[in-house]
Design a protein around this ligand. Structure first.
Ligand code: SAM
Ligand code: SF4
Length: 327
């Protein structure tokens, strides 16, 4: 992709701002690694400066009806051989580029067995001994076949954060979107990760239930968060950039997308029901119209006030324009 090859000048920075937020990498240093990527490659917004190490291609589940990230034919799930990773890291280290963080791509690197993850962490530590953080996407079921001790061992080697796409805490919706998880399975995984000392960054999708299930989506998602107390929580607006047809099937064709006002009302319900001790909350992903940031519950009232202002006084709170939105 052309924009990934531009040098790190002001024009490149501008381009990166308007391009889909999840795309790899804003960091010119990482572009050299791109040669080995099977594209597209996605990463969380907060991993913009990280070395993106593609330890698998695609997503082992790949069935969520809202997600088209790994549906291209070249993205069929496959782990990358450890020797290939070793060579990539060797090349990277030879360039003497300082790197503080590594993100293990693609869609659910945590699906790999404990043994394989251990090997990967050993290789990372061998080539990047000063690494501060290694992170990955993680489905709740990815931790089912790993003991608490094994997770602790990975944590001790630097795997200190995972991004968990819970999407919702509502069982009916989880079934409709084909997530393959339940409120309970999501909670079990979040607690297990927390006990191992691995930080949890959870994603919830604003608008996922449409008009009909908006309230139960908000309330059950809040209860899942309250029970699990994740360190980070991000909300994204569900966006159908390849069309809504596949998603509609789960709803029998009756899914009605929320408009901006309804999205804000759902967020108000979610925030009102959250009882969090110390969770860093972000609703600043490129898919969001209204940007909200704070620590919950400390900033709950301030965030609710902003939301209520956006709901009651249209135009009084700045919203991200449609053309700037992306995934
Ligand atoms: C690349 S996925 C990987 C996450 C991981 N596989 C999981 O499911 O836990 C990252 C996240 O992007 C978000 N996402 C995917 N498709 C989306 C869409 N169509 N609209 C909004 N967010 C989406 C979901 O929250 C998803 O969990
Ligand atoms: S949301 Fe996650 S698990 Fe679901 S298809 Fe996308 S990458 Fe795979």
């Amino acid at each position: 992709m052309l924009y990934l090859l531009v040098p790190p000048n002001r024009q490149a920075a501008k381009l990166c701002k308007i391009l889909p937020h999840h795309f790899v990498p804003r960091n010119y240093r990482c572009l050299k690694m791109l040669l080995n990527y099977i594209e597209p490659v996605f990463r969380p917004p907060s991993e913009a400066e990280s070395l993106i190490l593609q330890v698998t291609n695609g997503c082992s589940w790949n069935r969520c009806t809202f997600c088209d990230m790994y549906t291209d034919p070249q993205k069929k799930f496959k782990p990358k051989p450890i020797d290939d990773l070793r060579k990539e890291l060797q090349q990277f280290v030879a360039m003497s580029i300082p790197v503080r963080r590594v993100f293990l791509a693609d869609g659910d690197a945590m699906t790999l067995s404990f043994r394989r993850l251990l090997e990967i962490m050993q290789v990372i530590n061998e080539y990047l001994p000063d690494i501060q953080r290694v992170s990955a996407y993680c489905l709740p079921r990815n931790v089912k076949n790993k003991t608490a001790e094994e997770l602790k061992q990975l944590r001790a080697m630097g795997l200190s954060m995972v991004y968990v796409g819970c999407e919702t805490g509502d069982d009916l919706l989880l079934e409709k979107i084909c997530k393959g998880e339940t409120w309970q399975s999501s909670l079990d995984a979040l607690l297990k990760l927390g006990e191992a000392g691995i930080k949890r960054s959870v994603m919830i999708l604003n608008g996922l239930g449409g008009t009909r299930y908006s309230e139960q989506h908000a309330l059950n998602s809040a209860s899942l968060m309250n029970q699990s107390q994740p360190e980070y929580l991000a909300t994204l607006v569900v966006t159908f950039y390849k069309g809504v047809e596949r998603f509609q099937q789960g709803f029998g064709g009756e899914f009605q997308q929320l408009d901006q006002l309804q999205l804000a009302r759902e967020m108000e319900m979610l925030l009102s029901a959250l009882e969090l001790e110390k969770t860093i909350f972000r609703s600043d992903h490129a898919s969001n119209y209204l940007i909200l940031k704070g620590v919950l519950n400390k900033d709950k009232e301030r965030l609710l006030n902003t939301l209520r202002q956006a709901i009651t006084k249209t135009g009084s709170v700045a919203l991200r324009p449609e053309w700037q939105r992306g995934l």
